[in-house]
Design a protein around this ligand. Structure first.
Ligand SMILES: C[S@@+](CC[C@H](N)C(=O)[O-])C[C@H]1O[C@@H](n2cnc3c(N)ncnc32)[C@H](O)[C@@H]1O
Length: 557
């Protein structure tokens, strides 16, 4: 293959907030009169966030709010060095405010409001209010200040949003646990919020495609068949305080999930105020995962004194045919017996158990295919939606204007243990999967074999290197991309463009990096301009949370 032109995306834009804060740090020092005692002034350290990380996305969302309220960055910027060095200023800033109206939702599911500045009547603050819904009016407490926004806890709701249906809440920890954001929103409305998240992602991160008005309308978000009890993996964790001399801990630390501040708006909720909430059960986890949680919690109550530092506990659902190997280790109850449950799906009896060892082999069934993978490696977490997603991806691989009998090929970049390679193998002549984890490739090969798939091969390596090994004709090849949250890098996108496949199906758990990659691929790579974005559609892998998976289909014009 000819050498690929190395074009690079520009580095992260320098944040205005950085220069703003730097300005405050650089204020001239007063002229030396007499030697004053040295005061150690604390400086605000600024890290430029990765543009498509939650903090990077927030920069765009703040800009949009400012624009819609006729505000400028100067009107909302906070002098962080003063705040860090003057207790009085800090007290003024960290305060209770009433009558705060939530204006909109951020892509991370938090509400956002504009509140008065505590020092200057002409200024305002952008205030993030977790668990606030657009239209809610309430009392908040500001507890942390940043250069361009403040964080708060929702203390009370005085006027309810029309979206708010608190009677739908299914979990006693909702409203404090950082896991779910939307339990009190109709499921149909959750799907609408997620479509809006994708629309915003393309507006913010695909500015050229948006300005050219050539993106398709974002499709309706595909619902998940299960809206609770769907998560096949949970990872509760605990922290241990530092103990001088390694003294044993006398009290049991909380084991569960992170708390989202200290909100008090749910008057029927009485749980402690630690940074980790002690969780007994999680309503989005599957039944066997919750049984595993109960077992591991009991074990932790007995063993916590033996731990020297905090840890995360793996809970991963394992599904075996009831006639299969049931001797595998799994979470055990207090009598030392392995916990299992029996379910029947389409007349097939299955036994479910909960794996806690990251090195143990886990089994899952998707669309009649059997998958094995290491408990600690990546596998999708909502089994109920996987048949729908894999069918959708498969149906979008077909090459336009194909004649009957013409061969077609599939390259599955970032293939993991072969989920898409295997479920889509029936429709193509040959599949090549590539994956950086040698362990996952080992399982992809094993999964192809155990499912009697003979047209799939797998390569251990970086997706960026794959095109040197691909010999299938590009105009008969579709490429699946399913990268981690950070998306694809420039080297990969340049190579993909050079290879010039007939179809690209880009699956992503971070719609922001997906939008950025598609904009860059089409506008900045050699052959990118020859592609059209055929469709973009969200899939709700994580009901009750703000997360959305997005599938974008690109084809050569
Ligand atoms: C979101 S997962 C998708 C896996 C698979 N498609 C599935 O659905 O099960 C992303 C995968 O990309 C792999 N990965 C990360 N960086 C990579 C790279 N540079 N080249 C190839 N694979 C990579 C990870 O190990 C992980 O298995």
């Amino acid at each position: 293959m000819a050498p690929v032109e190395e074009r690079k995306r520009p580095a992260s834009p320098v944040l205005d907030e950085q220069s703003e804060a730097k300005k405050h740090q650089d204020t001239p020092k007063p002229a030396k009169a007499q030697k004053a005692p040295k005061v150690n002034r604390r400086r605000y350290r600024i890290k430029a966030p990765e543009p498509t990380s939650p903090l990077g996305v927030l920069q765009h969302e703040i800009e949009e709010i400012l624009e819609s309220h006729g505000l400028t960055k100067q009107l909302i910027s906070n002098d962080m060095t003063r705040l860090l060095n003057d207790q009085e200023v800090e007290d003024r800033f960290h305060r209770q405010v009433s009558g705060v109206k939530i204006l909109k939702l951020l892509s991370n599911g938090d509400g956002v409001a504009v509140i008065p500045h505590p020092e200057d009547e002409s200024k305002r603050q952008i205030c993030i209010v977790p668990f606030g819904l657009p239209g809610d009016v309430g009392v908040i407490k500001v507890f942390k200040t940043h250069p361009l926004y403040v964080e708060s806890d929702l203390l009370d709701i005085t006027e309810k949003s029309s979206y708010r249906k608190d009677e739908l809440i299914n979990c006693k920890y909702f409203g404090k646990c950082s896991g779910c954001q939307y339990q009190n929103v109709d499921y149909e409305q959750q799907l609408v919020f997620k479509r809006q998240t994708i629309e915003n992602a393309f507006k913010f991160f695909a500015p050229k495609l948006s300005a050219a008005n050539i993106l398709p309308a974002i499709g309706n978000t595909q619902e998940s068949p299960l809206q609770y009890t769907y998560r096949t993996k949970l990872t509760p964790h605990f922290n241990l305080p530092y103990r001088k001399g390694g003294h044993q801990l006398e009290y049991k630390p909380n084991l569960g999930f992170g708390a989202k501040g200290r909100p008090t708006w749910r008057k029927d909720m009485h749980i402690g105020s630690g940074s980790i909430i002690d969780i007994e059960e999680c309503s989005i986890g599957t039944e066997i995962i919750n049984i595993g949680m109960k077992n591991e919690k009991q074990r932790f109550e007995r063993d916590f004194k033996n731990y020297r530092k905090g840890a995360t506990i793996l809970l991963r659902e394992d599904t075996e045919l009831s006639t299969g190997d049931l001797t595998k280790p799994g979470s055990t109850n207090e009598k030392g017996e392995k916990s299992t449950i029996e379910v029947t799906i389409n007349d097939t009896k299955l036994t479910k158990s909960c794996v806690t060892d990251p090195r143990q082999i886990v089994t899952e069934y998707v669309n009649g295919f059997r998958f094995e993978f290491s408990g600690g490696e990546f596998f999708q977490n909502n089994n109920s939606i996987l048949p729908i997603v894999t069918d959708y991806v498969r149906s979008n691989l077909s090459i336009p204007n194909s004649q009957p009998g013409e061969p077609n090929f599939l390259v599955d970049a970032y293939c993991g243990s072969g989920l898409f390679s295997i479920t889509c193998s029936g429709d193509v002549s040959k599949v090549v999967g590539v994956e950086v984890s040698a362990d996952s490739v080992k399982f992809a090969e094993r999964n192809a074999k155990s499912n009697n798939i003979e047209n799939a091969t797998f390569i251990v390596g970086k997706a960026e290197k794959i095109f040197g090994n691909i010999d299938t004709p590009a105009d008969r090849t579709s490429v699946i991309l399913d990268p981690p949250r950070k998306g694809c890098d420039d080297v990969f996108l340049n190579q993909l463009s050079e290879y010039h496949p007939a179809k690209i199906v880009y699956i992503s758990c971070n719609v922001h990096s997906q939008a950025r990659d598609i904009d860059w691929f089409i506008n900045e790579t050699k052959n990118g301009g020859e592609y059209v974005v055929e469709s973009i559609k969200g899939f709700d892998f994580f009901p009750q949370t703000h997360h959305v998976e997005s599938v974008a289909v690109l084809r050569r014009k």
